[in-house]
Design a binder for this molecule. Sequence first.
Ligand code: TYD
Length: 212
Amino acid sequence: MNTGLFITLEGPDGSGKSTQISYLREYFEEKGIDCVFTREPGGTHIGEELRRIILDKDNREMCDMAEALLYAASRAQHVEELIKPALKSGKVVVCDRFIDSSIAYQGYGRQLGDSVRVINEYAVGECMPDITFLMKLPPAVGKSRINTEEQDRLEQEKLDFHNKVYGGYLEIAKHYSERFICVDASRDKEAIRMDLIEAVEKALQDRGILCL
Ligand code: TYD
């Protein structure tokens, strides 16, 4: 259904997604390619309101299924309001986290299992990423990069939770190997940037968005 290109970035907290997203932004600007940068949870007015509720450290009583459904609700709104229209008009969309975050964090981390995939397949319909970059970094390393004061409700979870999430990501990447590109995120930023740009450039050429 897509005429544009849908790219998502995934990985444990502190794996350097934001830095790489800023490099991708520079790249698309330089090439003059129309690109929408967005994130989850969030990306729309309703999504950002849900984000505040989901990540609020004071919402300790939130049950796991409510958490999973709120992420999915934010995603459904995001797809309908922003992602689908952008792709339909031929744009590139780069999204910081998407469906695989829910499968990893709520499915594996919270151990809600396959119900998370099912709920989220309803939420996104046919709108699945063309390329998903998985920033591979052991959670203990990622966690140590985040200031304790600044950690949100999910980031505050114990290392055991984050290890389950990470194990989940590795499984998901194996299962959806046609769209996943795994990147060793323990290397320096420039080496990671080059890997991402190379893959993006190839996809842009394949779709005729970028000519040689
Ligand atoms: P965010 O603040 O964007 O963190 P990061 O900068 O590491 O990407 O993400 C918020 C947190 O929400 C993050 O710990 C991952 C978690 N999350 C889920 O648990 N499920 C989801 O579906 C999404 C999108 C994020």
